[in-house]
Ligand binder design. Structure first.
Ligand SMILES: [Fe+2]
Ligand SMILES: [Fe+2]
Length: 272
């Protein structure tokens, strides 16, 4: 079994210190194989906030992978916001255009949806999507292909008009064709998971998984929390773990059966 922790929306600079320590303690007990951080690591993209976020990442008890959110793009100066919106994230967190990690059965790539042209909305950049596509096709056989992107590809079940990342539908079709099984995000600060295969007419399951805000005071309907994914073969169980003031309590989001093989794996087997 591969255990993946999915953290999001840390908003360092406004973090709740007691929840930060509680989260680290919870992760030390659970010992995940990999920790995913899907954006908004900082409150306002100040260097001191990135340094604080980076110190937190350094304390995580497992390898981690992170992608920027809209809060990780500085509001000013404008030349930086528009010209190199993710330069500070690259300087402090990870300089890769498309970060990739693998642990156990999980293969994960980051797709940056943050940019400087709007205040908070996100967009899929075609060149980055093509890179993720090519990397996913080359992922190890049998691995679960997971993409992390800050902005949501599906709305919360009770808010169907929520604004999604620009290009979400074509993006999901391309990712599914490349064998991607799950897209993990944040931004809404709420936990839910949904399979979009039926709605989009895809030939294999594709889960959209959203995490709550891990340690910030910007709460929506629920306390701070994060998601835990348990992967075993084609089966995946996803739960949210919510802060109860002293520790984290787990709540199931659902269980799904993913496709047995990715299109790339099938092709490789045919060639062999
Ligand atoms: Fe956020
Ligand atoms: Fe956000």
């Amino acid at each position: 079994m591969t255990l993946v922790a999915h953290l999001s929306d840390l908003h360092f600079g406004r973090e709740r210190a007691v929840v930060v320590e509680g989260l680290l303690a919870d992760l030390r007990v659970l010992r995940p194989d990999l920790i995913i951080v899907s954006g908004d690591l900082t409150e306002r993209a100040f260097h001191w906030q990135f340094r604080r976020a980076r110190r937190f990442l350094g304390r995580l008890p497992a390898p981690w992978i992170a992608t920027p959110g809209n809060h990780d793009v500085p509001l000013l100066p404008l030349f930086e916001r528009l010209g190199r919106p993710t330069a500070r994230f690259a300087q402090h967190i990870d300089p890769s255009r498309v970060p990739v990690r693998q642990a156990g059965e999980a293969w994960v790539a980051g797709l940056c949806t943050a940019h400087g042209k709007t205040w908070k909305d996100g967009a899929i950049q075609p060149d980055l999507l093509d890179e993720v596509d090519a990397l996913a096709r080359g992922a190890p056989q049998g691995a679960r292909r997971i993409v992390i992107a800050h902005h949501p590809f599906q709305p919360p079940p009770d808010d169907p008009r929520y604004r999604l990342v620009d290009g979400w539908e074509a993006g999901l079709r391309q990712l599914s064709a490349a064998g991607v099984d799950m897209v993990l995000g944040g931004h809404i600060h709420r936990a839910y998971a949904v399979d979009v295969a039926g709605a989009l007419g895809l030939d294999r399951p594709l889960l959209i998984v959203q995490a709550p805000t891990a340690v910030s005071p910007h709460l929506r309907d629920r306390p701070n929390g994060y998601n835990l994914l348990r992967l075993e073969g084609a089966r995946v169980e996803i739960a949210a773990r919510y802060w109860d003031g002293r520790g984290f309590t787990e709540e199931a989001l659902g269980r799904w059966t993913l496709a047995e093989r990715s299109p790339a794996d099938l092709k490789r087997r045919a060639v062999a």
